[in-house]
Design a protein. Structure first.
Length: 336
């Protein structure tokens, strides 16, 4: 658990476990803003015109420059305009930027008009178990301090490498640990939007000491969990077998239904269980596999599924686009 201050970060405590962190994250709060003194152009202007007819219009990401200060709002919908005041609703709080975003909407002021949510709706309690305080925190606890500043947390592998980090919040209380002699339990006021799906802990535990040794372990996970699997697998790329031109690899296509499952399956076929390519673009994978043969078993599954799911953003590659990217890079692809 590192401190989070303007003067830098440093370790305040090492903790053995945590309670309350692995629960489904709350959906971000929708916040309403007014862009005052605004003359929208381009996409924002079109959204304002659409909202005047339909009552609301989707816009997506909105960059705002308010009196020289740059901001970014995500998941934006335009609710309407009155004179030079444009009302929008965004997912979560506006975030400061270090530079002006592309096609920034310039205005005199950006004002939040939604009332602040009560803390019991936006935060929950997370307890870090068996902590050994050090430095500033140790001194504060010894002095009986009642107020503490906000901290961050890091989840570590067994060798001490960081595989996840995020804001924890402010420490609200501490108690002598009932599980670990001589240590303390620290409770923090944790943002509900920052909690983690329970499946994340399962994946972290699988990768904690090394990597899963059983082939196909990734298949038990779906959706965003496969993205987390790939993150952990990519962070443990050391010791991967060398790709030798002329080698034939066998790709089990039984469970290849989207981008992530393709990356999981092809990484396992080439490098072994719990591994993946550092970059998942088919073109990049093809360049790595140039001169080899890839036998794609049960290819009909991917042919049916890849590239057809509805996405709000970038369209995923189709089966044929992946095959073409591999062959164009010099991979001999055999479909079975």
């Amino acid at each position: 658990m590192p401190g989070a201050g303007d003067s830098g970060r440093y370790a305040l405590a090492l903790c053995k476990d945590v309670e309350g962190l692995f629960v489904e994250p709350a959906l971000p709060v929708r916040v309403r803003y007014e862009l005052r003194g605004c003359e929208p152009q381009g996409g924002p202007a079109r959204a304002v015109a659409e909202a005047a007819v339909a009552g609301t219009a989707p816009l997506g990401t909105l960059y705002v420059e308010a009196s020289g200060t740059p901001w970014i709002l995500s998941g934006v919908r335009v609710l309407g305009a009155r004179g030079d005041v444009v009302t929008v609703e965004a997912t979560g709080e506006a975030r400061r930027m270090f530079g002006v975003g592309p096609d920034a909407c310039r205005c005199a002021d950006l004002v939040r008009v939604s009332p602040p949510e009560p803390e019991e709706k936006t935060h929950t309690e997370v307890t870090f178990i068996g902590c050994s305080p050090r430095g500033e925190l140790r001194d504060a606890l010894a002095a009986g301090a009642e107020e503490f500043r906000a901290v961050r947390y890091q989840a570590l592998t067994w060798v001490g490498a960081v595989h996840h980090e995020g804001d924890a919040g402010r420490i609200t209380r501490w108690d002598t640990s009932t599980r670990h002699h001589g240590l303390v339990d620290l409770t923090v006021c944790f943002p509900r939007s920052g909690t983690l799906p329970p499946v994340s802990r399962e994946i972290w535990d699988l990768f904690r000491r090394d990597r899963p040794a059983k082939p196909g372990t990734w298949q038990r996970f779906s959706g965003a969990a496969r993205g987390e699997w790939l993150t952990q697998a990519a962070a443990r790329g050391h010791g991967a077998p060398e790709i030798v031109p002329g080698t034939t690899y066998h790709l089990d296509g039984t469970h290849i239904v989207d981008d992530d499952s393709f990356q999981c399956a092809v990484g396992e076929a080439v490098f072994g269980p719990g591994r993946c390519f550092p970059a998942g673009a088919p073109r990049v994978i093809g360049e790595e596999l140039a001169g080899t043969t890839l036998v794609w078993h049960d290819a009909h599954v991917a042919r049916t599924c890849l590239g057809v799911r509805p996405y709000a953003g970038r369209r995923p590659a189709t089966f044929q686009e992946i095959v073409d990217a591999l062959t164009d890079a010099g991979v001999r692809v055999v479909l079975e």
